[in-house]
Design a protein around this ligand. Structure first.
Ligand SMILES: Nc1ncnc2c1ncn2[C@@H]1O[C@H](COP(=O)(O)OP(=O)(O)OP(=O)(O)O)[C@@H](O)[C@H]1O
Ligand SMILES: [Mg+2]
Length: 269
């Protein structure tokens, strides 16, 4: 099997006396989607911050391409090809699509003795990059990011990361705030990134979304890895139960549903 792009071995993270992550070992390879599942407060965000240079592990090791690394900052991690996309796309609502795409690395052109921002070029490249991911609704780089839908913003952020050479995409709950159609759109883009050979770490509460795109799954419970399995090894019900800490969620759901039915019959009378 190929060397993992990123590999964590026995990673612990504490904030003062509070131990948040316990002995986490994980790996993700090119062309693979690793889904990180877990309930609120399980430690998902802390884990990805530890992978992307925001926090340093208290102990344990991180390797990239088989070599030990210690990221000094998020920028250091991003320069090595780790791109993190946050829930709302992390882009700037008051900027144009072209501007936000190139923030910090704006293309310039000569204007007499001056170098000025090359709006046309920025817009062209940004729109092309987004369209390569199949987002054909975005055709004007002058539009403001704030006017895009949640799914389009996510897609823009992913296209931007890929354009600037990301090898590992970390997506923190990209579908959480989205409607069904928009979420499907983002899931399709995750699959395209995978097809292009990127490694993807996809954080979600949503078991259906995870099962749609995941090759490999890890469930976190109270900061520890409670399960680690590959596609096809567990059913949706089993995963839901795992996330709830072993409580039989399927039974609970069925029970609630039957109560609701009784309630609805009562209302209809
Ligand atoms: N800087 C910090 N100092 C102390 N405790 C922290 C800190 N950051 C996170 N925690 C604690 O670590 C635990 C895990 O938090 P984290 O945000 O990683 O969970 P999560 O799985 O991302 O949750 P959610 O699904 O709600 O986003 C929580 O109990 C949280 O209070
Ligand atoms: Mg979180």
């Amino acid at each position: 099997m190929a060397t993992p792009i990123l590999k964590l071995e026995g990673v612990n993270k504490s904030f003062g006396p509070i131990d948040v992550l316990h002995d986490i070992s994980l790996e993700v390879r090119a062309g693979e989607v690793l889904c990180l599942l877990g309930d609120n407060g399980a430690g998902k965000s802390t884990l990805i911050k530890t992978m992307s240079g925001v926090y340093k592990p208290t102990s344990g090791t991180i390797e990239m391409d088989g070599q030990p690394v210690a990221f000094t900052s998020p920028r250091d991690a991003s320069e090595r090809g780790i791109a993190t996309v946050h829930q709302f796309g992390g882009t700037f609502p008051l900027m144009s699509i072209g501007r936000s795409f190139f923030v910090g690395v704006e293309p310039t052109k000569r204007f007499g003795p001056l170098k000025v921002y090359d709006r046309k070029k920025a817009n062209e490249i940004a729109v092309r990059a987004v369209r390569e991911f199949g987002i054909t609704r975005i055709d004007d780089g002058d539009r403001l990011v704030g006017g895009l839908s949640g799914g389009e913003r996510q897609s823009l952020a992913i296209a931007r990361a890929v354009h600037f050479g990301a090898r590992l995409l970390i997506l923190d709950e990209p579908t959480a705030a989205l409607g069904v159609k928009e979420a499907a759109h983002v899931l399709r883009i995750v699959l395209q990134a995978r097809k292009r050979g990127l490694a993807v770490i996809f954080i979600t509460h949503n078991v259906v979304h995870a099962l749609t795109v995941g090759d490999h799954f890890a469930v976190l419970i109270r900061g520890a890895k409670a399960a680690d399995f590959r596609r096809g090894q567990k059913s949706r019900e089993e995963i839901t139960d795992l996330m709830a800490g072993g409580e039989a969620m399927a039974e609970l759901e069925a029970e609630i549903e039957s109560h609701l039915e009784v309630h609805q019959t009562y209302l209809a009378d």
